[in-house]
Write a protein that binds this ligand. Structure first.
Ligand code: NAG
Ligand code: NAG
Ligand code: NAG
Ligand code: NAG
Ligand code: NAG
Ligand code: NAG
Ligand code: NAG
Ligand code: NAG
Ligand code: NAG
Ligand code: NAG
Ligand code: NAG
Ligand code: NAG
Length: 783
């Protein structure tokens, strides 16, 4: 909404805004961007939740229980409290007289963190690279099952923001991709998977949390009376809709019970009290019926956040809310109807996933941390999930170079393994979630199965590559030598080694951005091995983009796998791929450029030092042009493009067919009612594209066919991902791939109309192929 429209729509008389906005009407068009850039328009009041179907039932139940709560009780369920004994990362108190047990909130997106008898699943970036919807659902379901058995109410994930605007961003690996389309599809599968197990998913972080530096306010060390606020993610309305908010819409559509607001300021107003973002975008435009949860410590005001759309605060209610919020209601500063609204949204999510069922395990029953005190064993593992966990670890590996038939390995009489990253870390402890915070950055000491912070995992075992390869080589009677201690310069390489595997990593952790996209230590290690072994196979466990140009063209580097962050089955997964038990099927969900400079200003986080450094400004002036959108527009040739990945066979594409759905509503703007996710008809399929893919090689393998769309509107990227279909194909076999294009996939955000707009009567360009730059098929369509 524009300043004028939102103010008018809610009957506010914000004279200053109106007057100043009118001053920049040029040729009858309000030039909002001139005046409002970096400012957030007010949107009040916070809308009540509405919904039909399952949400309707949940809201009815929620209204009924909230009607029985006292004001203190309603306020109580909006604020976290500390329970030092139960091991939950956040708690909501019980209301015993109403049989409400309270809530237990826990990290994280890749498995239950900081407890025992749980699995550690493949991490977000790895899930993205699998491009596999069903596997993503199954993983979400497995994770949800473990939260449920441990007695946790809310799983803090999936993560779709940061999206990955900044190459060195410290948390990009927690998400699926820096492309909003695949990120949204996989977030929706994850939300459904978790919630079908009776656990609330909290999709995070809304929105603009694109760097770790300056993510929290802090005192200025040279003048402690002054606070340096967080960086402000200043983005225009179209960029918000077409890029950063896009995957959140999918999560809301999938029914996410909760959305976590972010640390950063958004247009200079803190995300957790930004009324435009929470009341306007999320609760009005997307029709989100659930509750907004603060990131830990991300609340900075009391009344403003209660009116601005925040519903639950963590970890502590009492700092700004609690008794103070009760008092604010009593003295008329906050209407009680808003407390009802907040409490209803919280309880609705609880009913929506079925937490009221008598089968729900007791609250926090298995959450106690084993290293803290004796506790009962609650084994959350289900052996039925083992196959999904391993498959997830396998499918996120991306093979990008393979010459001289280096892979798959076969009939080796001798192999050598090098590199700090082949073996397990020195401990595996339920405190890992904490320790990885610091260790995650010391790449030479830490084997990356995940990153540090909220996305850390505490699995019951870690199968390291060295262990799995040792099992294999021993069974095959392959002689195995290794050297993990030196930097490789002084390693003795037995000249009879038929393959030299080098394991390096590129680690990351929440709380800090990454120091670099490559490191000399690891690069020298690869070069040193390659200088004396003519079949050097490099495996990188990378928590984000990792540049490889220093050695990728070395003739002795015969293969490279981006192994990303596979979770606890790292070793078995890489072994199956190296030996060709399975063909690799992962593809990059980000680009690997040649140089840091290819990113321009999007390489590193903003570290604002201007005169007003107390209010750091991060202007998203690049709009939607991040990653491949930016490289395509600037004519920058990446080393490995978005969507790229090799396997052990070859595929041919044919028979592109583009069909505009005849019975779809083809009006320029959607006309449907708002349902969770936006107007209902945004989700209608308006066109179907199909093609045939043939396996022209001699092994079975899965192919991820991709559809890219060129929207015929000035200012839109050359092409953007708008479909993918992963199919397993036997040698010689041809499989049909299909892409359904929804109204939203074909639309651009019209800032004037505040609606998604189709382009009628002009040709859209459609490409189908194996990556964002291998596009053998193309055609056009007109709506
Ligand atoms: C941020 O400012 C831009 C530019 O004026 C505006 O288009 C957008 O709606 C604002 N968004 C929020 C969340 O304040
Ligand atoms: C509110 O929660 C606290 C625990 O944080 C509890 O001690 C108190 O009794 C609760 N108050 C009401 C009115 O339920
Ligand atoms: C804190 O957790 C313990 C262990 O789960 C539980 O027995 C206790 O009732 C909890 N305290 C509160 C105030 O909820
Ligand atoms: C994915 O799941 C859907 C729905 O359960 C099913 O129809 C489809 O066949 C599955 N696809 C694959 C590739 O397993
Ligand atoms: C900080 O504020 C205190 C109290 O107002 C004042 O005495 C002190 O001089 C201030 N310090 C600085 C560095 O301005
Ligand atoms: C909350 O209320 C107490 C008691 O009135 C007051 O001392 C405190 O400053 C208030 N906190 C905030 C953040 O306003
Ligand atoms: C490698 O050998 C050289 C020469 O002997 C020595 O100076 C260097 O410290 C050794 N490097 C390592 C990592 O052991
Ligand atoms: C490649 O490896 C062989 C040993 O197999 C070595 O002799 C040769 O110098 C290496 N090539 C380069 C360019 O380092
Ligand atoms: C690579 O090295 C192996 C072992 O030293 C040797 O047998 C083989 O001939 C070499 N291959 C090439 C292409 O140089
Ligand atoms: C950011 O700027 C501050 C102040 O100039 C400096 O101390 C700090 O090292 C900088 N951080 C980064 C990551 O550049
Ligand atoms: C951000 O944009 C505003 C408005 O255009 C401008 O005044 C400011 O200088 C920009 N800040 C930075 C750090 O580029
Ligand atoms: C479409 O495909 C044809 C045939 O491969 C090719 O010549 C043409 O350049 C492609 N057009 C675009 C816009 O990619």
């Amino acid at each position: 909404m524009s300043g004028i429209k939102s103010a008018a729509a809610v009957g506010l008389t914000l004279l200053a805004n109106l007057v100043l906005a009118q001053e920049v009407i040029i040729n009858g068009v309000v030039q909002q961007d001139v005046f409002f850039y970096g400012q957030s328009p007010p949107v009040y009041p916070s809308p009540d939740a509405e919904g039909d179907g399952r949400w309707g039932d949940a809201l009815s139940s929620a209204r009924a229980i909230v009607a029985q709560m006292t004001l203190e009780e309603k306020v109580n369920i909006t604020g976290g409290f500390s329970n030092t004994t139960n091991g939950c990362g956040g708690n909501i108190p019980a209301i015993e007289r109403l049989n409400f047990p309270g809530m237990c909130l826990q990290d994280g997106p890749n498995g239950v963190r900081e407890t025992d008898f749980v699995n550690g699943y493949a991490v977000g970036i790895h899930v993205g690279a699998s491009w596999n919807r069903n596997l993503t659902y199954a993983r979400g379901s497995a994770i949800g099952g473990e939260f449920r058995r441990k007695g946790a109410t809310i799983a803090l994930g999936p993560m779709v923001g940061p999206l990955g605007r900044i190459a060195l961003g410290g948390r990009n690996w927690e998400g699926f991709s820096n492309d909003p389309y695949i990120s949204g599809i996989l977030a929706a599968e994850t939300v459904r998977g978790i919630q079908d197990r009776g656990v609330i998913a909290s999709t995070k972080h809304f929105v603009g949390n694109e760097q770790e530096l300056l993510r929290n306010p802090r005192p200025d060390l040279s003048n402690r009376n002054k606070t340096i606020e967080t960086s402000s993610s200043n983005m225009d309305d179209a960029t918000m809709h077409e890029l950063y908010m896009w995957p959140f819409a999918d999560a809301v559509h999938a029914g996410t019970g909760s959305i976590m607001c972010a640390y950063q300021r958004l247009n200079n107003s803190y995300s957790c009290h930004n009324s435009k973002a929470l009341n306007g975008l999320l609760k009005t435009e997307l029709g989100f019926p659930g509750f907004v949860l603060s990131d830990w410590g991300a609340q900075h005001t009391g009344i403003a956040s209660a009116l601005g759309g925040l519903d639950m605060v963590m970890p502590f209610g009492f700092r700004f809310w609690g008794p103070n919020l009760t008092e604010a209601v009593r003295n008329g500063s906050v209407p009680e109807s808003q407390i009802n609204n907040m409490a209803t949204r919280i309880m609705a999510a609880w009913y929506f996933v079925g937490q009221d069922s008598p089968d729900t395990p007791p609250l926090a029953v298995g959450m106690a941390r084993s290293h803290l005190r004796p506790h009962t064993v609650v084994d959350a593992r289900d052996p039925a999930d083992d196959a999904v966990n391993l498959q997830g670890a396998i499918e996120g590996h991306v093979l990008v170079k393979n010459i001289d038939n280096a892979l798959p390995l076969r009939n080796l009489s001798m192999m050598s393994i090098f590199g700090y990253d082949a073996k397990n870390p020195n401990y595996n402890s339920p405190a890992e979630g904490f320790s990885a915070w610091s260790l995650g950055l010391q790449s030479q000491n830490y084997r990356s199965i995940t990153g540090g912070g909220s996305g850390a995992i505490t699995p019951w075992y870690i199968d390291a590559p060295f262990e799995a390869l040792s099992r294999r080589t021993r069974a095959d009677r392959t002689a195995l030598f290794w050297d993990f201690d030196t930097n490789g310069a002084n390693s003795t390489i037995d000249t009879n080694s038929e393959a030299c595997l080098v394991f390096i990593n590129s680690a990351a952790s929440e709380g800090v951005d990454r120091p670099s996209l490559r490191d000399d230590f690891s690069d020298a290690l690869v070069e040193n091995i390659a200088s004396s072994c003519n079949n050097t196979i490099v495996v990188i466990h990378n928590a984000g983009v990792r540049l490889v140009d220093r050695w990728i063209d070395h003739p002795n580097v015969t293969a490279l796998i981006f192994a990303q962050l596979p979770g606890q089955n790292s070793g078995e997964a890489i072994t199956q791929i190296l030996y060709g038990d399975v063909s690799p099927s992962g593809k990059l969900t980000y680009s690997i450029p040649r140089n840091e400079s290819d990113y321009g200003s999007l390489l590193a986080p903003v570290n604002y030092t201007g005169w007003d450094r107390y209010f750091p400004q991060d202007n998203f002036t690049e709009g939607v042009y991040i990653d491949y959108r930016a490289f395509d527009a600037a004519g920058i040739e990446p080393r490995y493009e978005f969507g790229f990945g090799l396997t052990y066979t070859t595929f041919e594409y044919s028979d592109l067919n583009i069909q505009v759905t005849s019975d779809g509503n083809l009006s320029e703007y959607p006309v449907g009612p708002v349902i969770p996710g936006g107007e209902a008809d945004l989700w209608d399929n308006l066109a179907t594209v199909t093609a045939e893919v043939t396996n022209t090689g001699d092994v079975e393998a899965a192919e991820v066919a991709q559809l890219y769309l060129g929207i015929p509107v000035a200012g839109q990227p050359v092409r953007q991902l708008r479909g993918f279909d992963k199919v397993m194909i036997a040698p010689g076999e041809t499989r049909h791939v299909q892409f359904d294009l929804r109204r939203r996939d074909l639309s651009v955000w019209d800032t004037g109309a505040q609606q998604w707009r189709l382009t009628l009567g002009t040709e859209y360009r459609v490409w189908v192929g194996a990556s964002s730059r291998i596009l053998p098929l193309n055609g056009t369509m007109v709506l």
